[in-house]
Design a binder for this molecule. Structure first.
Ligand SMILES: Nc1ncnc2c1ncn2[C@@H]1O[C@H](COP(=O)(O)OP(=O)(O)OP(=O)(O)O)[C@@H](O)[C@H]1O
Ligand SMILES: [Mg+2]
Length: 316
């Protein structure tokens, strides 16, 4: 039977804005990730994807809810209690430059991380050699500065860096968004390969359903801090139930991130997440909105079948 590695229960993260207002970045989000699974979170810019990832890794503290890692509750642990857990959970960022000091050689960044976690010189060297083999780059990249590498090479190295401590769980926050399509495919293949070879469990964040379809086993579609649809990949793409998911699916793939336009995504702007009111958050943009219901009553996330959940009064 599959075992859960990560459990997120009713987490909330509100950011104060102004005097008495709060931005509901993550608003009662729950999901589970099984060992070895790639779990996707997809949604437009500002929907709360990164905040969810950061809350799980405790780069941000949640306001309410619970987070479990390997059956252990971690959101309330002290710094010293977290110390042995931290290396087991790592993050890959959208911009590979964020993982490296622009003024240091790549090798120095790896060595520093090894030092922080008390790896012996031999152990560190062995791990680096193995990782370079995994990501298919020659050892001479260690003697280069970040600006002497391509975006794709650097993102491979960012993945390797996050694997240095043998993590069990990775949050990959838009790891391919800054790369053009041909390089995207290489990185996605690398991630799939690593999952298979190392048994990694991955939370994969993206705004691109095409990418999610390629790589994820299960998917949560988020809108303004809430999950509106959650399903296995097959279910989500074959039996799309939420009008928002459907709208996201109509986005055409693009050749390069610089060509992306928010107008392509959906009609109208994503509304404010400040002091959100009762009612479906998508109501104002939804072609199926029923006045007096959708704009007044928040739809709960309910099961359509055992693999598929939707929060909508009028699912497709
Ligand atoms: N430290 C912060 N203080 C105040 N507001 C924040 C903070 N971090 C994020 N937010 C807000 O929370 C909301 C969710 O942000 P988040 O970065 O999680 O979105 P996202 O889905 O990752 O977007 P993107 O696709 O652009 O990366 C946004 O409205 C954002 O402006
Ligand atoms: Mg983000």
């Amino acid at each position: 039977m599959a075992t859960k590695l990560v459990e997120v229960k009713h987490i909330k993260k509100y950011f104060p804005v102004g005097k008495d207002s709060f931005l509901h970045a993550v608003d009662d989000v729950s999901f589970e990730i099984e060992k070895g699974e790639i779990y996707g979170i997809v949604g437009e810019s500002g929907s709360g994807k990164s905040t969810i990832g950061r809350c799980i890794l405790r780069l941000l503290e949640i306001d309410e809810g619970e987070v479990f890692f390997a059956k252990e509750r971690i959101d309330d642990q002290t710094k010293s209690q977290m110390a042995p857990i931290r290396p087991q959970m790592q993050m890959v960022f959208q911009n590979p430059l964020a993982s490296f000091n622009p003024k240091k050689y790549i090798g120095a960044t790896f060595r520093e991380l090894g030092k922080v976690y008390h790896l012996s010189k031999e152990e560190l060297n062995e791990r680096i050699i193995n990782l370079l083999e995994l990501i298919n780059l020659p050892a001479d990249v260690l003697a280069r500065m970040p600006n002497q590498l391509s975006g794709g090479q650097l993102q491979r190295l960012a993945v390797a860096r996050c694997l240095l401590l043998n993590p069990k769980f990775i949050v990959a926050d838009e790891p391919v968004s800054a790369l053009d399509v041909s390089v995207q495919a290489q990185i996605l293949n690398l991630i799939l390969d690593l999952r298979d070879k190392m048994g990694l469990t991955i939370l994969f964040i993206s705004h691109d359903l095409n990418v999610v379809q390629r790589i994820c086993d299960k998917v949560a579609v988020v809108y303004l801090g809430t999950i509106v649809e959650q399903a296995t990949k097959e279910e989500l793409f074959l039996h799309t139930a939420h009008p928002y998911t459907k709208a996201l699916m109509n986005v055409k793939p693009i050749e390069h991130p610089s060509l992306r336009s928010d107008k392509e995504v959906l009609m109208g702007d994503i509304p404010s997440a400040v002091d959100v009111k009762e009612g479906c958050r998508f109501a104002g943009r939804c072609p199926k909105c029923e006045k007096g219901l959708c704009d007044c009553v928040t739809p709960p996330l309910v099961a359509i079948n055992e693999n598929h959940f939707v929060a909508c009064h009028h699912p497709l």
